[in-house]
Design a protein around this ligand. Structure first.
Ligand SMILES: Cc1cc2nc3c(=O)[nH]c(=O)nc-3n(C[C@H](O)[C@H](O)[C@H](O)COP(=O)(O)OP(=O)(O)OC[C@H]3O[C@@H](n4cnc5c(N)ncnc54)[C@H](O)[C@@H]3O)c2cc1C
Ligand code: SF4
Length: 488
């Protein structure tokens, strides 16, 4: 433990972000530099708890008190060694993770929790700066070949672990660039893509082959994969978006959030984008109150929308934890993202009833009504509030109401069974087909980057065990209870 009274002496402090009116002029990350001495003070706040609940809260089982201690002692090499032992990509999670570890930090019971995510990002960036992260190809190669389908965080983590185990790994990605939602979903103002590219180039030098514009089931024959590879890992994400089939859905100007975000991310990357969906000069309504919706808001501000309104069906969450979500569970409290700080309006308890258009078939308004949630026989059901129906102007509506499951055609081609909800069916990451495995959103449904990395690592262990009859790839520490299990 770095400093016994650190948690009493120092307040939680995070880097300042650039002023909203300045940062919406570009797509660069929003945080300003933070002096190292301040990060050391943040690490000093860690109490090195007897039972470190932060460790249980982290889906990767990151060994948080130990890396906090190493940071306090400015032993960056040791901190990096500890962090990278459980997390392949802390340079991503340190930027965009909602930090369930912080929600379960013991200090968070009566004070702001330890700034774990910021410390993680600092360790990762220091590790690159000091040259600790460099290509380290395996010393010994096996004669086994593994195909990973999909290059999101689950596929990348699986590929990284399997390559470390000495297997020959090829990642097939249907897009022209690697990264999955890290690349095309999450905007640059949250995660600049140079950090994704930096990691991919290391993995490339370590011997992983990346094949882009390679869609398995379209221009890559699944039978070829079955013939040429000893094992296959399906990491194709949960990409089928939920729709809103209400009157007027066919009007021009209604788009899925991912179509909108992908185009902007491509443009920032320098790709040519035709028929770009643009928010410029438009009244934008983002339907869906989650993170994807919030990314649409930040992107709309940067594209110079004339107004931005975000709608959520559920009631406004409470500001603080209550009896329904006590520590150390994930708090279902009101979240205000950096995009919300940049402007726009948010409304809760609102139902979108109809899209209305002009004579050219273009969206011009959305009909809304306020709703209340009532308990009917133990179930919450929504009721419209009489007299609240109104039309709001809207020329661009973005549907950010989640994703239901992965696309079907690949699973059918590979003979892989689905669950009732359409996810890839698997027992411990193994599908019904002997040498086919799965990880990430394709298996667990839409989730988080940290869970995708965790799943990719666990699936890699299963693959290695299958190929070699044993595995030395590290397992997630199971000596602590899983807070995510408590939440079910
Ligand atoms: C807009 C948005 C913002 C998000 N923001 C955050 C955030 O801030 N923090 C966070 O923790 N999580 C966030 N998430 C969730 C997170 O991005 C996902 O949980 C995570 O990326 C899932 O990883 P994955 O590898 O399973 O799938 P994905 O990242 O979806 O990657 C799947 C890949 O498979 C490829 N693919 C699909 N089919 C084929 C095929 N047949 N052949 C070849 N390739 C194929 C796809 O092109 C894609 O590249 C966000 C999600 C969205 C949509
Ligand atoms: S729970 Fe918080 S205070 Fe305790 S060890 Fe983890 S980070 Fe440190």
């Amino acid at each position: 433990m770095g400093q016994q009274d650190g948690f009493l002496k120092f307040d939680r402090e995070l880097p300042d972000s650039r002023p909203p009116e300045k940062r919406i002029e570009d797509f660069k990350e929003i945080y300003q530099p933070f002096p190292e001495v301040k990060t050391k003070k943040q690490a000093a706040r860690c109490m090195d708890c007897g039972i470190p609940f932060c460790h249980s809260g982290c889906p990767l089982g990151n060994i948080i008190p130990e890396f906090n201690d190493a940071v306090y002692h400015e032993n960056w090499e040791e901190a990096a060694k500890i962090l990278y032992s459980t997390n392949n990509f802390p340079e991503f999670t340190g930027r965009i993770c909602p930090a369930p570890c912080e929600a379960s930090c013991v200090l968070g019971i009566n004070k702001p929790p330890v700034a774990i995510e910021h410390i993680e990002k600092t360790i990762a960036e220091k590790a690159y700066e000091l040259g600790y992260i460099k290509p380290n190809p395996p010393q010994v190669r096996t004669d086994k070949k593994v195909a990973v389908i999909g290059s999101g965080p689950a596929g990348l983590a699986a590929a990284d672990q399997l390559n470390k185990a000495g297997h020959w790994v090829t990642v097939f990605e249907r897009e022209s660039r690697i990264g999955g939602l890290l690349r095309y979903g999450i905007p640059d103002f949250k995660l600049e893509k140079r950090f994704v590219e930096r990691r991919i180039s290391i993995m490339d030098e370590e011997g992983i082959r990346f094949k882009v514009n390679a869609e398995v089931g379209k221009n890559i024959n699944p039978d070829m994969l079955k013939d040429d590879f000893d094992a296959i890992v399906i990491c194709t994400g949960s990409t089928v978006p939920r729709d809103l089939p209400i009157p007027g859905r066919e009007l021009k100007g209604i788009h899925f959030a991912m179509d909108f975000l992908t185009m902007q991310n491509k443009e920032v990357a320098g790709d040519k984008v035709e028929n770009k969906i643009s928010a410029e000069g438009k009244n934008v309504v983002v339907i869906g109150g989650g993170d994807t919706g919030s990314d649409c808001i930040g992107t709309s501000h940067r594209q110079k929308a004339s107004s931005v309104l975000q709608l959520e069906l559920m009631p406004k969450p409470h500001l603080k934890r209550d009896d329904s979500d006590p520590w150390p569970l994930w708090p279902m409290t009101l979240r205000t993202s950096s995009s919300h700080e940049e402007g726009g309006e948010r409304k809760w308890g609102v139902l979108t009833k109809e899209f209305k258009g002009n004579e050219k078939g273009e969206l011009s308004h959305i009909k809304l009504v306020d709703i209340e949630w009532v308990n009917q026989g133990g179930r919450q059901s929504m009721q419209e509030i009489q007299g609240t129906e109104r039309d709001v102007p809207c020329e661009l509506a973005l549907l950010a109401i989640g994703f239901s499951h992965p696309e079907n055609h690949l699973l059918e081609n590979l003979g892989v069974e689905k669950t009732q909800t359409g996810l890839v069916g698997a027992d411990q990451y193994k599908t019904n087909v002997e040498n086919i495995f799965t990880a990430g959103d394709a298996r667990r449904g839409q989730s988080l980057v940290v869970w995708a990395i965790s799943e990719g690592r666990e699936a890699a262990r299963e693959v290695d065990q299958y190929l070699m009859g044993r595995t030395e790839l590290p397992a997630k520490d199971s000596s602590f209870f899983d807070i995510a299990e408590l939440e079910k």
